[in-house]
Design a protein. Sequence first.
Length: 86
Amino acid sequence: MTEETEARIERALREALTEIVPEADVGRLDAERTLHAQLGLDSVDFLRFQAALERTAGVSIPGAHGYRLATLDGCRRYLREKLLAG
């Protein structure tokens, strides 16, 4: 994985999260704790985050894969897989 790809993933995460939770400080979030627990996302917020992540990362994320996006680390792993396959 290149530095450029890693930067793209981080940028996509930051943009998607701040779109849904503008006051979120992505740098202060625990990468292993759920976004729901840390940011209080409800199911609608989470679906909006998933759609924003799709748009900001430029990948398709099927609804059934949402569970893989529960944590920042999960999002990173998922996006790496998608971008490598892409």
